[in-house]
Ligand binder design. Structure first.
Ligand SMILES: Nc1nc2c(c(=O)[nH]1)N=C([C@H](O)[C@@H](O)CO)CN2
Length: 116
């Protein structure tokens, strides 16, 4: 499977179980692998025949600015479904990290895989 990868994408969003945590945006970090068949795009050399990774990042930042989630899991599902449905990806592997939340560790979060 061909993949597009986006590493350490910083995004601002309101996220957290306690209500106070969702009052102001915090920075989360996404690592994304998008499964898509590039065979046609390799022949045509046309952006229309692949997934424009710039548009993916812009859409994620846009939707996470508009939405607020309690769980990292729910945020991860939302992002996966956006990539599958809007960009017609075949599958998505997503890691969502919340840095600086607990003392004594660098980051925590979830890893999620979804396919069309
Ligand atoms: N499995 C999860 N556990 C926890 C989450 C979460 O999203 N998924 N979130 C929190 C709190 O938001 C915490 O990160 C900060 O107060 C706790 N556990």
């Amino acid at each position: 499977m061909d993949t597009i990868f986006l590493e350490q994408v910083k995004v601002q969003t309101k996220l957290g179980v306690p209500d106070w945590e969702r009052t102001v945006p915090q920075t989360i970090i996404l690592d994304i692998e998008i499964g898509y068949d590039f065979t046609h795009a390799c022949r045509t050399d046309a952006i229309e025949d692949t997934i424009d990774y710039g548009r993916v990042v812009a859409r994620i930042r846009e939707t996470l600015a508009e939405h607020s989630f309690k769980l990292v899991e729910a945020l991860g599902e939302h992002v996966c479904q956006l990539i599958l449905q809007e960009f017609k990806a075949q599958n998505v592997q997503l890691k969502v990290s919340k840095p600086g939340i607990l003392p004594g560790l660098k980051a925590l979060g979830i890893s999620i895989y979804r396919s069309a």
